[in-house]
Design a protein around this ligand. Structure first.
Ligand code: 5RP
Length: 268
């Protein structure tokens, strides 16, 4: 592996082998998602606690201060919208590798839709993107997307999607956590896995438990958005999740930390 690739991966995956990525790319198909209406304001208090942020070029340029940021994972796929929910798998590549280099991206990311009508197209998108990015030492993070079909997220499906992403050359795979059989998803995927959180849930402990269990089963961290920045105490959520990832906190310890930060008045 060349120096540039190693350097970019080292900026994303910390010395402890773990990673906490914060995605704020949801608007690329959802529009002004709740609590992400002004992405710059949402992300500013969270930046100190994350290892990288994932977003599109438009939000990067217009909302993120180039002098005060973390490594960038640039989403380079899109072209679909929630207005046509049945066609979310029709993504193409929206952003060139030249643009990613100009924006000093540390990695690029794109979605694949295994099992969807446009599976083939998205898998070739991934292969072509890897071909180009490897030439410049830029890691590709594949996102195993399910569109509106959240019920697809079981171990058999996730293992299939993650393995295919790795086979096609992704350097990191973002997938979902599943309670049953997540270790099989990790075992079958020879590159690091990070988990997303999905739609916001009501219980902090539930989120901390997913993250903790995923790490015990071999994930290296998270690419988790809504359960942080849609929470009323986003900073407290980010710091508690960071403690699980980088300080081996248990879900119970993370909850205690969350409550402590919340009651100190610094959790927002
Ligand atoms: C959207 C994405 C998101 O980055 C990913 O789903 C993580 O965010 P969340 O934790 O909110 O699900 O890829 O397509």
């Amino acid at each position: 592996m060349d120096w540039g690739m190693r350097n970019r991966l080292a900026q994303l995956i910390q010395r402890d082998g773990r990673a906490m990525f914060l995605p704020i790319d949801h608007g690329y198909f959802q529009g002004p998602t709740t609590r992400l209406e002004e992405p710059g304001k949402t992300v500013a208090p969270l930046l100190p606690y994350v290892d990288a942020i994932m977003l599109t070029r438009g939000i990067l340029r217009s909302c993120i201060d180039p002098a005060n940021t973390k490594p960038i994972i640039l989403r380079v796929s899109g072209g679909t919208s929630m207005a046509r929910r049945d066609e979310l798998d029709q993504e193409g590549i929206t952003t060139s590798v030249k643009e990613a280099i100009r924006l000093n991206a540390c990695a690029v990311s794109m979605s694949i839709f295994v099992g969807a009508p446009n599976e083939h197209r998205t898998l070739l998108n991934l292969s072509n993107l890897v071909n180009e990015c490897e030439e410049y030492g830029i890691p590709v993070m594949a996102v195993t997307a399910v569109g509106a079909e959240l019920e697809k997220r079981d171990a058999r499906y996730l293992a299939l999607a993650c393995r295919i992403a790795a086979e096609l050359g992704a350097r990191v795979v973002k997938t979902y956590y599943c309670e049953e059989g997540f270790e099989k998803v990790v075992r079958g995927c020879p590159v690091p896995i990070v988990i997303a959180g999905g739609p916001k849930v009501d219980s902090e402990l539930e989120v901390f438990s997913w993250v903790y269990d995923a790490l015990q089963k071999g994930a290296i961290g998270v690419n988790l958005g809504r359960n942080i920045w849609q929470h009323d105490y986003p900073v407290a959520m980010a710091r508690a999740i960071r403690a699980i990832i980088h300080e081996d906190a248990t879900p119970k310890e993370a909850l205690e930390l969350f409550e402590e930060i919340k009651s100190s008045g610094t959790g927002k």
